[in-house]
Design a protein around this ligand. Structure first.
Ligand code: BG6
Length: 487
């Protein structure tokens, strides 16, 4: 039985880190601003660095002022918010610190949520120490931030270690893409409209493209990123979650089990990529020097300061082997140092079976549904229309977009950080937008297969100039099928 009562203590591990400053503390402030945090909620930050309650509160106030729009910074709310905060210095591997942490919790009988964003090597000692200090048990929820392993075996080791102390229904694995509004809107688009679902299959859809393009480079994260690469950093989690939401069967209810059951079925239907498929289905790249947004940027290897074969770009042609999607390619592409920041899903429908306009010289173009997730949240349906005129020289047709700009349609609502939703769901105990163990493992299983295939095929990343859409082979990967990426 899932416990849905709100917790009264939230413990943030890694509370002085970058994620906390940019996302977690501003998100918690945003929730407080809207009166959504439980009145009695206390937030305890922990990290290795030395701080007092007071200096941690100052740090949090600065993070909020820097990362929350000035129009939302309200002095009275900020004072109330920082009063919830306290700090316990703690070395994750040292049991003594956990006793101090336990003693700092005002009410141990009430619910506790723990947010862990630490290096994977610290997961096991942290969990063991929490358990030994009595900070596990039925009233404690555990949220885990990536990276949760580097392959299926290491992810199982982490999941086993966590699972020993926290049953699955108390474990909240974060994929912050699931906290993004437009990602959730995919569910509304597919399942709250009658228009799309009858066409949402191989009979009417020609192909699906998912792009996550970023302009940033290493961002000082070389220790982590060089050991991960684009496939494990972005495809294994965010992109496969997007694919699962596009590909899954309709869940019977808006409920954690129903939705996650359908996602995992879709993930398990991904056809393994073999060494023989690599030449036509996988392209990897690594950025060289170039310019992004008019500014010169260095090559990956120069940022890193050593040789490396890590890919900063990957393009894949995936197939979902089930009745609904037989024969429909899913083209996935992600990279750093791309010309623009853009996350989008493009569904390209098949052309009309017979065009009565062809004899009049007019060409039809297949309809497309473009779901933009970043930087703008838009949904656009491209339809064919007749161009105005008397048509003496023949009929002319052109695609025109039916656009929904979500920022305009819902102009009076504040656009939230993805973590606001996820932190509130964690505090309130709703696991729907968190990733279940079987999903993560299905994701790793497929990704491990891709990596094994490219090792066997001797695939090496091709260089691409920063500010380009990856190596030209990525364009060829789609063009071979007569498909163009939506740039
Ligand atoms: C993270 C990756 O999970 O997602 C980063 O580790 C990436 O490399 C980030 O930059 C992208 O998130 P968003 O929300 O900016 O698209």
């Amino acid at each position: 039985m899932i416990d849905r009562s709100p917790v009264s203590t939230l413990i943030l591990f890694g509370a002085t880190g970058d994620l906390a400053a940019r996302m977690l503390l501003p998100s918690l402030y945003g929730l407080d601003l809207d009166g959504l945090l439980p009145d009695d909620l206390k937030i305890i930050g922990t990290a290795r660095s030395e701080r007092t309650d007071e200096t941690f509160r100052q740090h949090a106030a600065e993070a909020v002022s820097e990362h929350v729009g000035a129009q939302y910074v309200d002095d009275a709310v900020l004072t109330r918010f920082v009063a919830r905060l306290s700090y316990v210095q703690l070395d994750a591997t040292d049991a003594a610190g956990y006793q101090r942490l336990a003693a700092a919790i005002p009410n141990r009988q009430a619910g506790i949520a723990i947010f862990l964003s630490t290096a994977p090597s610290l997961f096991k000692p942290t969990i063991d120490n929490l358990e030994a200090a009595g900070l596990a048990g039925p009233n404690v929820r555990m949220a885990l931030e990536k990276p949760l392993g580097t392959d299926l075996a290491s992810s199982r080791t982490i999941n086993d270690a966590v699972g020993k102390a926290f049953p699955e229904e108390q474990t909240f694995r974060i994929d912050h893409y699931l906290g993004k509004e437009t990602v959730q809107n995919l569910l509304a688009l597919r399942f709250a409209n009658v228009l799309f679902e009858p066409l949402w299959n191989s009979q009417y859809i020609a192909h699906v493209q998912i792009t996550v393009a970023e302009t940033v480079g290493l961002e000082g994260r070389s220790d982590y990123y060089d050991g991960a690469g684009a496939l494990r950093d972005m495809v294994q989690n965010h992109m496969l979650q997007l694919l699962a939401l596009v590909a899954m069967e309709p869940p019977a209810s808006f409920d954690a089990t129903a939705i996650r059951d359908e996602k995992v079925k879709a993930l398990r239907s991904l056809r393994p990529i073999t060494a023989a498929d690599v030449a036509t289905q996988v392209v990897t790249g690594q950025y060289g020097a170039g310019a992004v947004g008019g500014k010169p940027v260095p090559a990956y290897l120069d940022e890193l300061g050593r040789p490396s074969d890590t890919e900063t770009f990957v393009a894949l042609k995936a197939k979902v082997d089930n009745w609904r999607w037989a024969g429909v390619p899913f083209y996935l592409r992600t990279g750093k140092r791309m010309p623009e920041r853009s996350t989008e899903i493009v569904i390209t429908f098949k052309d009309v079976p017979h065009s009565m306009f062809a004899a009049k010289g007019a060409r039809t173009v297949p309809n497309r549904l473009v779901i933009s997730i970043q930087p703008e949240e838009n949904i656009s349906l491209e339809l064919m229309a007749k161009m105005p005129g008397l048509d003496r020289g023949g009929i002319r047709l052109r695609e025109v977009p039916l656009d929904i700009r979500l920022a305009d349609a819902f102009a009076d609502t504040r656009r939230r950080i993805a973590y606001e939703r996820l932190l509130l769901d964690l505090i309130e105990g709703d696991p729907t937008l968190f990733v279940r163990r079987d999903e993560v493992e299905a994701q790793w299983q497929w990704i491990d297969g891709v990596r094994a295939a490219w090792t066997a095929a001797g695939l090496k990343p091709r260089s691409y100039g920063s500010g380009n859409w990856g190596p030209s082979a990525a364009i060829a990967l789609a063009e071979r099928d007569g498909v163009s990426w939506n740039d």
